[in-house]
Design a protein around this ligand. Structure first.
Ligand SMILES: [Zn+2]
Length: 88
């Protein structure tokens, strides 16, 4: 089998149509399917309890960042409002 004849065993994309095609024992997977599979793994670990510390970190971090941003933005808005009120 020529190298360019390889295709993703999941979506059927040919090697030239993919950015990356990883070979397994009897199958190949492309970058798009890896991304999709990774998303499924994250979803599964969310529902079925975290299996890995890494996915825990990936889920909690954005929440922490959002909480920080919310506080920061609310703080800014309050400052802006009080400035406007003070100016009127
Ligand atoms: Zn694929």
């Amino acid at each position: 089998m020529a190298k360019d004849d390889l295709e993703c065993s999941f979506c059927g994309r040919k090697k030239p149509e993919t950015d990356l095609l990883i070979a397994g024992l009897d199958a190949h997977i492309c970058d798009k399917c890896i991304e999709q599979a990774h998303g499924i793994v994250l979803e599964e670990s969310k529902q079925g309890g975290a299996k890995e510390l890494l996915s825990d970190l990936m889920l909690s971090k954005p929440k922490v960042i959002k909480a920080f941003l919310d506080e920061y933005i609310i703080g800014q808005e309050a400052t802006k409002k009080s400035n406007v009120c003070g100016g009127l």
